[in-house]
Design a protein. Structure first.
Length: 197
């Protein structure tokens, strides 16, 4: 079903925990990070590199004060959606609204650079019109998360800091078992820039 699924990368959060440790002027999305392939790239580039090229609609949601993130995403063929809020709900809503005609959406967090491309493909394969596809490791839900067409209105109705968790309650959830600790690994502090599992 991936031919009619868009990918939405959420990159609007300000990373306040990271800035408290690294310095107020340090954007975690631009921090150097050694990927699981051994290459050193910025956090956001590691995320963009891991996404399949065949997804026709590629959207990155961010704020206008991130010109380097915007240029990087454009270089990888992403359409940019600018928002003023940094809330996850607002980001998801804006991203889905930008490509609402699709049959599904893969929601990717811009600060999770260690997810294997094979995991992304598995989650994509699990997307169905009326279902949510989510990677699971050791009983814990991770990212990215795929949503079928039925969830478009619910996703566009999100706002503030609340993510899409409430939509799981009434959904057919496809649990994609993975052996990929990257699905739980976000870069909240500088120490998390090194993957050590």
């Amino acid at each position: 079903m991936s031919e009619s699924v868009g990918v939405i990368v959420l990159a609007a959060g300000q990373g306040s925990r990271f800035r408290q440790v690294a310095g107020a002027d340090k954007d975690k999305l631009l921090a150097d990070c050694t990927g699981r392939d051994g290459a050193v790239r910025s956090v956001i580039e590691q995320v963009l590199v891991s996404l399949p090229a065949e997804l026709s609609r590629r959207v990155l949601v961010t704020t206008e004060d991130r010109p380097q993130v915007i240029r990087m995403a454009q270089a990888y063929g992403f359409e940019i959606v600018l928002i003023e809020s940094t809330g996850m709900g607002d980001s998801i809503s804006a991203g889905v609204a930008a490509c609402s005609q699709l049959d599904g959406w893969l929601i990717v967090l811009g600060d999770m650079p260690f997810i294997l491309p094979s995991t992304v493909q598995q989650v994509l394969s699990g997307i169905a019109n009326d279902g949510i596809s989510v990677p699971v490791i050791d009983g814990e839900y991770g990212h990215p998360v795929g949503f079928g067409r039925t969830f478009g209105p619910g996703l566009m109705g999100l706002s503030g800091d609340r993510g899409a968790k409430p939509l799981f309650a009434s959904a057919k959830v496809v649990e994609v078992a993975v052996d990929d600790p990257g699905v739980l690994w976000d870069v909240d502090v500088p120490e998390a820039l090194t993957f050590n599992r």
